[in-house]
Design a protein around this ligand. Structure first.
Ligand SMILES: Nc1ncnc2c1ncn2[C@@H]1O[C@H](COP(=O)(O)OP(=O)(O)OP(=O)(O)O)[C@@H](O)[C@H]1O
Ligand SMILES: [Mg+2]
Length: 536
């Protein structure tokens, strides 16, 4: 494929205007052969008509002409957008300064005096053609740059606008106009932070732009809000840069971006993060409970091992004691020693039975049982203790509670443990209150633990409360009372297994047990069982 030679630009055109044919001829001869195309006109009217058609780069224009004179021609040229770029050099015999000033005001760039010198004419024409060429190039370059700027602004998803030193919008891109709710035409020419018919133009960013116009400092923000025409706001990220050079500020350019999506994503991320933290915490708690359970299990296993080992020697000792008490002579000292030994054996036996009880893998023997009956039977068994310690019983049992599948013996053990704890806590003179109720579990009373135990809000439950008027659980003991071997009783008096056995039995029944101190003093134990739906 052959390539066509690069076409050189067409020669520039110079239009010579004079009513005097001799002058025209002389000018023609002076300027011909210098690389530009010469056109000639013998009158002002002709000059205008040629200029409109041929668009010469330069015009040598005689001032004194019959009809339309040079000034008039120049004025017309400069007022017509099609011809205003032509460079005008006046040819004049005039030496009057006022006329020259008038010529310059009308847009001429130079004067050549008549009669002219050939050298001067060629020099001035060459120079002004060169300037004209540079100006044209500059104007073209400007147009290209403006076009490029417009294309960039149009392609940008960020909103961009510029203001002059007074805060007047001088340009705005499509995205900015769209986000603001105003059209480009409505925005350009208006002062940013001024109200128009009660409407503020970009009021929130406007204040920031005003600051930049005052202190000429660049500023940016990540969490600003942008208010659009309809009053709705959304978060934007923005930067405002002052424009101008060498300390003189001529305006500012603002770039901003709608970050609603990002803000939403960040909020969502935060929510997920928090949920993760929470579930991590839940996990840790569950882990702690597992560790605790595992610990208790090993304690239980150890206890069972020890109990079995000790039980047999203890039986041997008991037999020995029986033998000795029968065979030794009956004197007071011997009897005292033997009684102490027998008491010690009994005590050791109680502890061992407790240990075995605690560690035994319980199998419940469930049968339809009335909880109130179990409570009454248990009370009967501790009645003697209550009387002895002068403890008044307040019994408030709800006759409506349905019968439940329970192991009555194990439940009796539960209540005896609780009643005896109350007796020991009260020591002397006090009240033991036992209450049973069928009720609905209030949502406000449903906590995480109850939930993990399978309780649900608004479902029927059977509640039993055992309360006393003693001093309550000693401070620091609240979390430990259900731990095996935790006791505050003097050595030899309590095993510290009562409540852990109790808790095990309640758990086997899929119930819940809590102990807390009452505000009025004393401890309150609450046991909950799930009642069948429709029990109420
Ligand atoms: N009603 C109560 N008032 C005050 N403290 C109590 C009450 N019930 C239990 N406690 C505290 O909880 C501890 C543990 O009770 P738990 O029944 O497990 O063992 P114990 O009563 O000490 O021993 P044991 O049950 O073998 O007699 C008690 O030592 C006591 O400190
Ligand atoms: Mg006890």
């Amino acid at each position: 494929m052959t390539q066509s030679p690069a076409s050189s630009p067409p020669p520039e055109q110079v239009l010579l205007v004079d009513d005097n044919a001799t002058n025209l001829q002389m000018l023609f001869h002076t300027l011909k052969g210098r690389g530009y195309k010469l056109l000639i006109a013998g009158s002002g009217e002709q000059a205008l008509s040629i200029a409109q058609k041929a668009h010469p780069a330069l015009m040598l224009l005689d001032i004194m002409m019959p009809g339309m004179d040079g000034f008039k021609v120049c004025e017309r040229l400069k007022n017509d957008p099609q011809t205003r770029d032509v460079t005008v050099i006046f040819l004049s015999a005039l030496t009057d300064t006022d006329d020259k000033v008038r010529g310059f005001r009308l847009g001429a760039v130079d004067f050549v005096s008549k009669p002219f010198q050939a050298g001067e004419v060629t020099a001035r024409v060459d120079t002004h053609l060169k300037i004209h060429r540079l100006e044209q190039n500059l104007a073209r370059r400007n147009r290209e740059l403006e076009l490029l700027r417009d294309q960039i602004l149009r392609a940008m998803r960020e909103g961009v606008f510029g203001v002059d030193g007074a805060g007047r919008v001088i340009f705005v891109n499509h995205a900015a106009a769209q986000m603001s709710g105003w059209t480009e035409g409505e925005l350009v020419g208006r002062i940013l932070d001024e109200a128009h018919n009660g409407d503020h133009l970009l009021p929130l960013l406007g204040a920031e732009v005003r600051k930049t116009l005052t202190d000429a400092r660049m500023r940016s923000g990540e969490q600003a809000r942008f208010q659009s025409r309809d009053g709705s706001t959304f978060p934007v990220e923005y930067s405002i840069a002052p424009t101008g050079a060498e300390g003189e500020i001529t305006g500012a350019v603002v770039v901003f971006k709608d970050i609603s999506e990002r803000a939403r994503a960040q909020a969502e991320l935060k929510r997920i993060h928090e949920a993760l933290l929470n579930s991590h915490q839940d996990l840790q708690e569950a882990q702690m409970r597992l560790i605790q359970a595992a610990k208790l299990e090993s304690v239980g296993r150890l206890a069972a091992g020890v109990a079995h080992e000790v039980k047999n020697p203890l039986a041997v000792i008991q037999l020995g004691l029986d033998y000795l008490s029968n065979s030794l002579p009956e004197d007071a000292v011997t009897a005292g020693v033997l009684t102490d030994m027998a008491d010690a054996v009994t005590r050791a036996d109680t502890v061992i039975m407790g240990l075995l009880d605690f560690s035994r893998e319980h199998r419940l023997e469930l049968k339809e049982t009335g909880l109130n009956e179990v409570i009454r039977d248990s009370l009967q068994l501790v009645q003697h203790e209550l009387t002895q310690h002068n403890i008044r019983l307040e019994l408030d049992l709800d006759d409506c509670i349905p019968r439940l599948g329970l192991d009555p013996n194990r439940m009796q053990q539960v209540f005896i443990n609780l009643f005896m704890n109350a007796v020991h806590a009260i020591e002397k003179d006090g009240v033991l209150r036992v209450e049973s109720r069928l009720e609905t579990l209030e949502p406000g009373n449903l906590d995480k633990h109850l939930e993990s135990e399978g309780f649900q809000a608004d479902k029927p439950v059977i509640r039993v409360n055992v309360e006393d008027t003693a001093c309550g659980i000693e401070s620091g003991g609240e979390d430990k009372v259900f731990d095996p071997f935790f006791t505050t009783k003097p050595t030899g008096e309590g095993t510290g297994l009562g409540l852990s056995v109790t808790q095990n039995i309640i758990k086997l029944h899929r119930g819940s047990i809590r102990i807390r101190n009452r505000e009025a003093g004393g401890a309150a134990v609450t046991i909950l069982f799930k009642a069948a739906a429709g029990s109420r």
